[in-house]
Write a new protein. Structure first.
Length: 94
């Protein structure tokens, strides 16, 4: 899967809710929940989507109610359509 151009990345980010470019080769989203249980449930939902897509984000649950997601296609060395597809599916969860 080919890496996206800068213009394609900008276009992809415009269609997402709260994602931003991270170090030029990944997209990142920070979510805050009412409590630990809500954050953990979200992580589990993201995990199910990731397994179904066979595309796995880096997930950090921190501060008892915060989740940071980082998406990049490691095999391509940067961002691809797969990252933006999964980010869009994740956005549908919240």
């Amino acid at each position: 899967m080919p890496q996206l151009t800068s213009a394609e990345i900008e276009q992809g980010l415009a269609g997402l809710d709260g994602w931003r470019l991270d170090q030029g080769s990944a997209i990142l989203s920070e979510r805050t929940f009412a409590d630990f249980a809500g954050a953990l449930a979200f992580v589990n939902d993201v995990g199910a989507l990731a397994e179904a897509a066979n595309h796995h984000p880096d997930i950090l649950l921190h501060g008892w109610n915060k989740v940071r997601l980082t998406l990049s296609t490691h095999s391509a060395g940067g961002l691809t359509d797969a990252d933006f597809r999964l980010a869009g599916e994740i956005d549908q969860l919240t």
